[in-house]
Ligand binder design. Structure first.
Ligand SMILES: [Zn+2]
Length: 264
């Protein structure tokens, strides 16, 4: 898998003696979690995994050299059952996904590590990540942190409709790949699909409403796209990558410096 993670921050490139020498209290390990799933007619199956490596790698480039932060090998397969029915989607069940995250966390805890970040870039995993962050804390005593997507980046220039409903293979994901891996984007194959209109709020919608229904992509998006990739450009992608990376780097520094809740 293509990666932007710097070699000197890639945990799996260390040997065990080097790992043994890492200080346990201060080393921050980051577990990327993503997906291999359909992303419309124009983006590759690995989009969420590539974006994870891209944003995390670019964030790591911004970290102070003496901060001990390493990326673990990614959990490539995610809970993608919303995208089943599109060939190429490779999904694991919630229990399988959580078991893998638990066992990786358990391995790190048994080696004495104390700080783990779950960095997730696939929406279908999000609720499982929040569950596992707490469970790893409870079961192994790991200080576990949850970090999602672009870490709340604002993405100036994104239209309100796309901001609300462009959440899969839309403008942002397409722009990221146009900037970082344009050879993987088929610009002749864009499709557009919105599941709701941001100017017409309703009580019951698939997303962003007071009441929601559980959706499968094939029910609401025949091409697999949820959003509009057409306005995406490499220039916007580069700007948004930079913005997300800066926020992620700040979050990673806060996690690396975190010493726990204050107690009386
Ligand atoms: Zn995606």
């Amino acid at each position: 898998m293509k990666t932007w993670i710097p070699d000197n921050r890639n945990f799996a490139y260390l040997n065990w003696k080097q790992v043994e020498a890492l200080p346990r209290e201060t080393t921050l390990l980051v577990l990327p979690t993503a997906a291999i799933e359909q992303h419309g007619h124009h983006l590759p199956l690995a989009t969420d995994t590539l974006i994870n490596h891209l944003l995390l790698g670019r964030a790591m480039e911004e970290l102070p050299a003496d901060l001990l932060v390493y990326a673990l090998p990614a959990v490539h397969y995610g809970k993608s059952n919303e995208h089943l029915g599109f060939p190429g989607t490779l999904s694991v069940s919630a229990s399988t996904f959580m078991a893998v995250v638990r066992d990786v966390g358990g391995s790190l805890a048994s080696a004495g590590f104390q700080k783990l970040v779950l960095y997730n870039t696939h929406g279908g995993n999000s609720s499982l990540i929040d569950v596992m962050a707490r469970d790893l804390r409870a079961e192994f005593g790991l200080r576990t942190f949850a970090l999602h997507g672009s870490c709340g980046a604002n993405f100036e220039g994104l239209a309100p409709q796309e901001r609300a409903y462009g959440f899969h293979a839309g403008e942002v994901e397409t722009a990221f790949l146009l900037a970082a891996a344009p050879e993987l984007v088929d610009r002749s194959a864009y499709t557009v699909n919105y599941i709701a209109d941001v100017s017409k709020p309703e009580l019951l919608l698939p997303e962003n409403a007071a009441a929601t229904f559980a959706w499968l992509t094939r029910d609401i998006a025949p091409s697999g796209v949820l959003g509009d990739p057409r306005p995406a450009t490499a220039e916007k992608g580069e700007r948004w990558i930079e913005e997300a990376a800066t926020r992620l780097a700040a979050a990673l520094q806060a996690m690396a410096n975190y010493t726990g809740p204050h107690r009386e």
